[in-house]
Write a protein that binds this ligand. Structure first.
Ligand code: PEP
Ligand code: MG
Length: 581
């Protein structure tokens, strides 16, 4: 009897085919029985506790070292908060006192004390303390594992290449992963613009996210096919399906290799129109991949990652060193630093930004910066100071109208004045752009264009705001359509307004790196495309295969259609006709 092949549908978050064994990455839960101990056993239980704390501390320090060498020191600081939990005297003393009094095993008491701590933290109306809960949970699990003498589960147990399946991956999970052994990501939650999706693209591996039932259906060791282009995951496929996908995988790989040969050529249409292809980065460590894939500089440096996973604020010097490094690394090309875009789905506990009821519409990005000019100005000074080492530009996120642009520019002027007073050099003519990602900004792009040096369209947010669809919610992911005519008309409006104001218009949302929409965007007149490095060669290949006239005709036809599906089918049929699919 043959077992039925299960095919799950999720969100195609990073294209390509992966075939391999599943490895379920689940958070461990321990069941600790309530067991009594005798008076004589108390000293050994205390010793067991002390040893478990020491071992846990050593484990965390080792992990920090590993992360630091692979991803840099900033990422390693994620674990500083974990070390602090281990040193909490109150917690340690309470465990020992209760152990002596209640005469129960130290594992049981420790787990009980931890539970109570977490309950207390969850009740306090303080977002900072609430965020501490996941640190306490993480460290608690490590200590319990050591108390129970269990073998630690670590990513580096992975001896072979696997497809990682999890409910979700946190930024600290992805930071600790041995990248070379990961074929693909599969998750229950998350969408196209989640951290896992962005990470998969930068690692150039396929990913299918938001399967909902992935971890409850797939078992470790199952043979999987992940089709990151169509969004399917096959569990234990038949030989026939396997053969078909092996062929597709080879085709995809050959195609990617062909594209890679083009990586250093300019993105120039058949009739000579040149556009710029830049890369999106979150951390300076991504620079080697940026250079490898032939990016012409950085179109989006998501500087807020600098503030995440750490317990203190980055100093002006740290900002400065990072921006200087990136500016120098890309040589003559430009780097667009997006000023910090915290809030929404990106939180930094040390800034105590509250989790609003509707976070994406709340106190975030430029709104937070304008309310905290001290923090904002520190970043602006660092960007300005680093601007003497290369071609730095800056842009503000989430601008909703001209007043915000003016207020931000006023703070920028203050930062410049402070530097002049100190005799510090900077690029006096640094270009200042506006991210157009709020519909009100898209509709007033003509007004903004008069006071901005460039626009960069942030489609990830623009789509969620114009269609009113939470970009992180897999339940409404079917509504998240870049080709919705409402979105395409906004994009056309932004590009036209920018050109009428004599400024260039780029795009740094995920749509810019999506092959399906490339010709349409080119036809609408987009000047710069910024995307995860790995997709750059493919997009260059498409641009180098059409004329501006063809692209314009395709864009005009696409915008005369009615539904996103019609636009996508039409765009893909054109790619097929042009032998680009
Ligand atoms: C966007 O919104 O399109 C964008 C590039 O910014 P982020 O994804 O960081 O919100
Ligand atoms: Mg955005």
């Amino acid at each position: 009897m043959t077992e039925e092949v299960i095919k799950l549908k999720g969100i195609p978050a990073s294209s390509g085919i992966a075939i391999g064994k599943a490895y379920i990455w689940a958070k461990e839960e321990f069941i600790v029985p309530k067991e009594s101990i005798t008076d004589e056993e108390i000293p050994t239980q205390i010793q067991l506790f002390e040893e478990a704390l020491i071992r846990t501390r050593r484990e965390i320090l080792d992990l920090q070292k590993k992360i630091s060498s692979e991803m840099g020191q900033g990422e390693a600081q994620i674990l500083d908060a974990h070390l602090l939990v281990l040193e909490d005297r109150m917690l340690i003393e309470e465990v020992i006192a209760r152990l002596k009094k209640e005469k129960l095993t130290v594992a049981y008491i420790f787990q009980d004390v931890l539970k109570r701590y977490i309950q207390v933290f969850l009740k306090i109306e303080d977002e900072y303390l609430k965020e501490k809960v996941s640190d306490i949970n993480d460290v608690g699990r490590r200590v319990l594992r050591n108390l129970l003498g269990r073998v630690p589960r670590r990513f580096d147990d992975l001896k072979e290449k696997v497809i990682l399946v999890s409910h979700d991956f946190s930024p600290s999970d992805t930071a600790a992963m041995p990248k070379k052994n990961i074929l693909s990501f599969v998750t229950d939650i998350g969408g196209k613009t989640s951290h896992t999706a962005i990470m998969a693209k930068s690692m150039a591996i396929p990913a299918v996210l938001g399967l909902e039932v992935g971890t409850s259906t797939i078992k470790s060791g199952d043979m999987l096919i992940v089709d990151g282009t169509a969004g399917y995951v096959f569990i234990n496929p038949t030989l026939e399906i396997l053969e078909k996908y092996k062929k597709e995988e080879t085709l995809f790989r050959n195609l990617s290799q062909r594209f890679v040969q083009l990586k250093d050529l300019p993105a120039i249409t058949l009739d000579g129109k040149r556009v710029h292809i830049a890369a999106n980065i979150e951390l300076p460590d991504e620079i080697p991949s940026v250079l490898e894939h032939g990016a012409e500089g950085i179109g989006l440096y998501r500087s807020e990652f600098f503030y995440m996973n750490r317990s203190d604020l980055p100093s002006e010097e740290e900002h400065y060193e990072a921006y200087k490094f990136v500016a120098k690394a890309v040589g003559d090309n430009s780097v667009i630093i997006r000023t910090m875009d915290l809030g929404g789905d990106k939180f930094a506990s040390q800034l105590k930004i509250p989790h609003d009821m509707v976070p994406f519409l709340g106190w975030r990005a430029i709104r937070f910066c304008l309310a905290r000019p001290d923090i904002f100005k520190m970043q602006l000074r660092a960007i300005l100071r680093a601007s003497v080492f290369g071609r730095l530009r800056l842009m503000y996120p989430m601008i909703s109208g001209i007043e915000e642009l003016r207020q931000a520019n006023q703070i920028l002027e203050e930062a410049k004045k402070e530097l002049r007073e100190k005799g510090l050099k900077f690029d006096e003519n640094i270009e200042v752009g506006v991210m157009i990602e709020v519909p009100s900004a898209a509709m007033t792009a003509d007004i903004l264009g008069k006071e901005a040096d460039f626009f960069s369209i942030g489609t990830n947010d623009l789509i969620q705001y114009s269609i009113a669809v939470d970009r992180t919610n897999e339940k409404v992911a079917y509504l998240y359509e870049p080709a919705h005519l409402g979105v395409l008309r906004l994009i056309r409006n932004i590009i036209e307004a920018g050109h009428n104001a004599n400024i260039w218009v780029g795009m740094c949302g995920e749509m810019a790196g999506d092959a399906t929409f490339c010709i349409i965007l080119l036809g609408l007149g987009l000047d710069e495309f910024s995307m995860p490095s790995a997709v750059i060669p493919e997009i260059k290949h498409i641009i180098r295969s059409v004329t501006t006239k063809q692209a314009k005709e395709i864009a005009d036809q696409a915008l005369s259609l009615s539904t996103a599906k019609e636009v996508e089918d039409f765009a893909n049929s054109k790619l097929l006709e042009l032998n680009l699919l």
